[in-house]
Design a binder for this molecule. Structure first.
Ligand code: SAJ
Length: 420
């Protein structure tokens, strides 16, 4: 083991990224203090329990706490290295960096000579250098790095997480990582940290390139999905089956079109491209348009549902619509920024009886519970028999036994191409 490898690490922010990172480090024998501002989260983790759903995370967390390698606290403790993994939400056209600033302020009093600070939160280019400047202002006794000056007492780097929800514990270990130090020595120090648990390649670069890399990856995917979503609308207009079209086009050796859907959700792909638009508004025309195309898709789906409901009512019926899935994507329990949930909430406000199926929810999430015309169903086959209109929003594995024949006589709006 290299001497530079940190033996104690403080992970600030115990959410979808911070907690798995803390437990994986602890499972490799590092003494980890996980920090969160929520006393409930801290108490729960110290009991060996978790507050988020992610395969295997509960068992690995319980073990990390039992072995004494992981403890949670509401304040940072002295450590060899600090990993900051706090949210960076997007509000009113700007990245809200208050949590990063608060995290930096919270570690400043315990920083000492020789420490390493790594920011993992998705951030606009320049954020890590600003964080180093903030630390320098709070601790004038410690020299922080600048790109022009290798000499420093504390090393500072940016290293974005790139794990896919639902596969976090696997991807955290196996994915390649981009590491951008403020100086080359900062990158080398951060590489020692990730070497503890990463089996993927550790790719060193400059700090701004690393920040931009994360935004670029998610924008690339967003632009790809926007292409598929736009294609689906064009194909509707032209009477062409978009799913068959994409399947055929993807036989070309250099074509790989993504899948259309009801819109793009989650807290990453639907958000991160805006950080680029914020940083270079004039130059980000394609990235901005892709965001607008994807954000417009739920309205397009809603228009189709409205037409189906109006048609059912026109023939004298009192329509019942069933929506399948509310999560932001298949097989996760996460409803944040979910286009499916947004669509269901809109339909709930209409004069229709709405049946809602969501294998990952015991009760109606979001605004849905406020509506008397909405009911959550557990037996999806029974609900299909009852409904006039069936809207596939999230192709959870739990729906894989619904056959096309089960839908005979129903109006089907299939946003995921499951039965098309
Ligand atoms: N979606 C489509 N069509 C597709 C693929 C996805 O409509 O062909 C939709 C999904 O239904 C969902 C949204 O896009 O609503 C985003 O889902 P996703 O699976 O593409 O991505 P996330 O948000 O779960 O995770 C992404 C990943 N980034 C990339 O694949 C470039 C992940 O690696 C990142 O770590 C994560 O963002 C993050 O934290 O930034």
């Amino acid at each position: 083991m290299s001497d530079a490898r940190p033996r104690t690490i403080c992970v600030v922010g115990l959410g979808y990224i911070g907690l798995p990172t803390a437990v994986v480090l602890a499972s490799r024998g590092v003494s980890v203090v996980g920090v969160d501002i929520s006393e409930d989260v801290v108490a729960k983790i110290n009991r060996g329990q978790v507050h988020i759903v992610e395969p295997d995370l509960d068992a690995v967390t319980a073990r990390a706490v039992q072995t004494g390698k992981l403890r949670a606290a509401t304040r940072p403790a002295p450590a060899d290295a600090f990993v900051i993994a706090v949210p960076t939400p997007f509000h009113e056209g700007r990245a809200d960096l208050r949590y990063v600033e608060a995290a930096a302020a919270s570690i400043a009093p315990v920083l000492k000579r020789g420490d390493l600070v790594v920011l993992e939160s998705t951030s606009p280019p320049g954020t890590t250098e600003r964080m180093a400047a903030q630390l320098a202002a709070l601790r004038p006794d410690l020299r922080m790095p600048t790109p022009q000056d290798e000499d420093c007492d504390v090393h500072v780097a940016y290293c974005p997480e790139r794990v896919l929800p639902g596969r976090v514990l696997v991807e955290l270990v196996e994915n390649d990582r981009v590491i951008g130090g403020i100086t080359a020595r900062c990158s080398a120090r951060a590489e020692e940290l990730y070497r503890i648990f990463c089996t993927g390649s550790l790719l060193r670069t400059g700090v701004r390139t690393a920040e931009m890399c994360k935004l670029t990856e998610n924008s690339f995917r967003d632009v790809g999905i926007a292409f598929a979503n736009e294609l689906s609308i064009i194909c509707d207009r032209l009477g062409i089956n978009v799913w068959e079209l994409i399947r055929l086009a993807n036989h070309h050796p250099r074509v790989k079109i993504l899948q259309p859907g009801p819109g793009v959700g989650g807290h990453c792909i639907a958000v991160d491209p805006w950080f680029i638009v914020q940083a270079a508004p004039q130059e980000s025309r394609l990235i901005r348009t892709a965001r607008e195309v994807n954000d417009g898709k739920p309205s397009y789906v809603l228009d189709k549902i409205k037409v189906a409901i109006d048609a059912a009512r026109a023939v004298g019926g009192h329509p019942k619509a069933l929506v399948l899935g509310l999560a932001f994507k298949p097989d996760v329990d996460d409803f944040r920024e979910s286009p499916a949930l947004r669509i269901a909430e809109q339909v709930a406000g209409w004069d229709v009886e709405l049946l809602v199926s969501e294998p990952f929810a015991e009760r109606l999430p979001g605004d849905l519970s406020r509506h008397e015309n909405v009911r959550i169903v557990t037996d999806v086959h029974e609900a299909i028999r009852e409904a006039h209109i069936v809207v596939m929003l999230v192709n959870h594995r739990a729906y894989s036994d619904i056959a096309r024949a089960d839908l005979d006589g129903k109006v089907v709006i299939d946003t995921r191409g499951v039965w098309s």
